[in-house]
Write a new protein. Structure first.
Length: 654
């Protein structure tokens, strides 16, 4: 791992316009460097200044960083605040009538709510939670569709100091059961169903099924929001959302909590084993998401912000429920999917709501290229001023399409690297400060000491790849794995990293110091002694004009160690003729050989109509690895948007 080879060559550079630089919150490279130098001179003083200027405190802190129990760091620990107060009450004196949320339902119905009304509804719901005996420190599972109510549920928990754990509405009853029992939740907030792509998808029945799988006797209340008016089973501890809030006051004094009080637990489900409950603090987490709104998204008071992520993921926590509201932003929330009723849905919504900042995933971008690459030109996207990418590295060709076709060549793209565990952006362009290159997340945010090291934890200074680490603790980072301190230590702070946070990604730096993410450490292939990042091979394939999307995995090879297996979605129809499929595969193999080198040529290329993805658009590479190895798929596939694609890929011509 000390010598992961980079095979990508990308030299295109795009500079922000003079107009964008002039209005930017961090204007010019000198301004960025000044912040970095301030952090280098006085690391804790830098974060203390920002915490005092950015957050509203009930009790100011006097302690900044406690490293005495490293890696269980504490930031601002003797201060007290409330996250919901910072997101809602803080705006009532000056912006009560400002639109907070623009909710577009699956069927296109639009509902708007201002900060005054959102505050009142959060208070009513918080009072309803207290009426059920829910108090500070209790854990509450939220299993909801994308909606105003999902945001209210999260904010309501934060208001009373309850610790929420949002479970993505596409997860199975088994996944839900595991999270209920691990968190020992006292309540579940759900809906009768969710609407996606014109379909009614049950939620309450999955909760009932989760209870049937084992003991969930810690749960005293199941609160049900009526979304689809469908028939559901009813139990003694169930209560309708509308009954819960009936006659509740629209005022609720916030529960002032210590800075380190857990705001939420968010479970990450690895390919095997028990889910990890990533535990985040209140103050440090909120500081991170607010600063990244200012620095990376260059937030302005008149922006209309749209992050397309579901609240079931960290992106939906940080850049739907907390970051935008803490800034007093107007934002769009979308219930449906980007291809319903047609592939123009995103572009129509940007036009209708005059979105200025659009933040989505590379998988969504590539899917939309395949389904309607010329569609954006049919809509007025002139309101856009900034584009963002999240979830995985974006291949350069998709970046170029996003930049030119969606952004009209005038909108900087912030390609953001961060994780559930970091809480907010770690490495990303400050769009008014630096040049950008397709496919790189550029430079660390001020105060983030990112580095690339080898297996011994020694810094790698040339352009070869290695482990991506963060050398100093930072306010927004994970505080623990819920109930499992040892797993926390081993996963993120192994001894060989000498106290640095191990991100689990491989990366390299180019001649300008820009970071290029090469893939997960476990997605690095060992081909004839060469360590190759899968993302770079995927990018090369996606650069071919025939290809809409590609995912690369490895399988054991008795001679080379690992063979490269590529799963490819074409822009045109998948050929039925096996000979034609083999011809295309050979063309793509030769293309990779030309673009990268013979060592990276895939041994197999399987053509499919799609790739196995979760409903949030994440490619399930562990399933692709099983297919490539000819293994039986035993993992849970209930989160897949398109489970039938697995059989197609198994039987695809190689």
């Amino acid at each position: 791992m000390s010598n992961i080879q980079s095979v990508m060559h990308e030299n295109r550079v795009f500079n922000p316009s003079d107009e964008f630089v002039a209005q930017a919150n961090v204007s010019g490279m000198a301004a960025y460097q000044a912040l970095c130098q301030e952090a280098a001179r006085d690391y804790t003083g830098f974060w203390a200044r920002l915490a005092r200027e950015t957050l509203q405190w009930k009790k100011p802190f006097t302690k900044i960083l406690d490293e005495s129990r490293a890696p269980f760091y504490k930031w601002f620990e003797d201060g007290e605040l409330n996250v919901s107060y910072n997101c809602l009450d803080a705006h009532l004196a000056t912006e009560a009538d400002k639109t907070a949320l623009i909710f577009e339902a699956d069927d296109g119905t639009v509902t708007k709510i201002n900060y005054r009304d959102l505050h009142a509804r959060v208070c009513q719901f918080a009072n309803g939670l207290k009426s059920r005996g829910i108090r500070k420190g209790d854990r509450v599972i939220i299993y909801m569709p994308m909606s105003i109510e999902a945001v209210i549920a999260m904010q309501g928990c934060a208001r009373i100091g309850a610790i929420h754990s949002v479970v993505f509405g596409g997860f199975s009853s088994k996944s839900l059961y595991e999270r209920i029992t691990d968190a020992q939740a006292c309540a579940v907030i759900t809906a009768d169903a969710q609407l996606r792509g014109g379909r009614v998808m049950p939620l309450k029945s999955a909760v009932d099924e989760a209870f049937s799988l084992g003991c969930c006797d810690t749960v005293r209340s199941v609160i049900v929001y009526r979304r689809a008016a469908c028939d559901i089973a009813w139990n003694d501890n169930n209560i309708w959302w509308h009954d819960l809030i009936a006659n509740q006051s629209s005022e609720c004094e916030p529960e002032w909590v210590e800075a380190e009080h857990p705001l939420f637990i968010l479970y990450t489900s690895g390919s095997t084993g028990k889910p990890k409950g990533v535990q985040h603090s209140s103050a440090g987490y909120l500081l991170g998401v607010m600063l990244s709104m200012q620095w990376v998204f260059d937030y302005k008071a008149d922006d209309v912000f749209w992050c397309t992520a579901d609240v079931g993921w960290i992106t939906g926590h940080s850049y739907v429920t907390y970051g935008p509201l803490a800034m007093g932003a107007t934002q769009v929330i979308f219930e449906g999917i980007p291809t319903y009723p047609d592939a123009g849905r995103f572009w129509k919504m940007i036009q209708q709501h005059k979105v200025t900042t659009f933040y989505t995933a590379p998988t969504a971008i590539r899917s939309l290229i395949k389904l309607g690459g010329e569609l954006p030109k049919q809509y007025d996207l002139s309101s856009l001023r900034l584009l963002g990418s999240v979830g995985e590295p974006i291949n350069p060709e998709a970046w170029m399409w996003y930049y030119n076709t969606v952004g009209g060549g005038r909108c900087p793209i912030v390609d953001t690297w961060w994780q559930t565990e970091t809480g907010c952006h770690m490495i990303a362009p400050l769009p008014g400060a630096m040049s950008i290159k397709p496919g790189t997340c550029t430079l660390p945010l001020p105060g983030i000491q990112a580095a690339i090291v080898n297996e011994a934890g020694e810094e790698v200074h040339d352009q070869h790849g290695g482990f991506l680490v963060i050398k100093r603790p930072f306010p927004s980072q994970i505080r623990n794995i819920w109930g499992d301190e040892e797993r926390y230590r081993k996963s993120y702070f192994p001894e060989e990293m000498h106290g640095a946070y191990l991100a689990g990604d491989s990366a390299r730096r180019d001649i300008d110091g820009y970071f290029w993410i090469m893939g997960r450490i476990d997605d690095v292939l060992n081909v004839s002694g060469h360590r190759l990042g899968t993302m770079e091979i995927e990018s090369a394939l996606a650069a071919n004009p025939l290809v809409a999307e590609a995912a690369v995995v490895g399988r054991p090879h008795e001679i080379k160690g690992e063979a490269v297996v590529a799963f490819v979605v074409l822009k045109g129809p998948r050929p039925d003729d096996p000979e034609k499929a083999r011809e295309i595969a050979e063309t793509l193999r030769n293309w990779v050989g030309t673009e990268i080198g013979a060592i990276a040529k895939p041994d197999e290329i399987r053509l499919g109509e799609n790739l196995p993805k979760t409903r949030s658009g994440k490619i399930m590479r562990r399933l692709l690895r099983a297919i490539a190895r000819g293994e039986e798929i035993t993992q849970d596939v209930s989160t897949l948007e398109n489970p039938a694609i697995l059989e197609q890929l198994k039987n695809a011509v190689k």
